[in-house]
Design a protein around this ligand. Structure first.
Ligand code: FES
Length: 95
């Protein structure tokens, strides 16, 4: 993967918002910078307060394995505080 930051867009549900999402920044930071009212606590991928489900798009993690089960991972659940976008994404807040 290239080290050059890439700009994507992130859209949120149910709060209809579209924000800039840089590939080198956690999605949570991009959501907050864009004015999203997104819950968070630990900001390190363990408490799951920030959990959401991808409706489209892909993310990657810089940590070995964030606090999600393989089943949740397969169902598209993500932890935006430690997830970086690889594409444009649509993310639904909550579990
Ligand atoms: S804020 Fe705790 S897992 Fe994201």
């Amino acid at each position: 993967m290239s080290d050059t930051p890439t700009l994507f867009t992130a859209r949120t549900e149910p709060e209809p918002l579209q924000v800039d999402a840089w590939s080198h920044e956690p999605l949570l930071l991009s959501l907050e910078m864009g004015g999203a009212n997104w819950p968070s606590s630990c900001r390190s991928g363990s408490c799951r307060t920030c959990i959401g489900q991808l409706q489209s798009g892909r993310v990657r993690y810089t940590m070995e394995w964030p606090g999600l089960t393989p089943e949740e991972h397969a169902q598209g659940y993500v932890l935006p505080c430690v997830a970086h976008p690889c594409t444009d994404v649509v993310l639904r807040q909550g579990y």
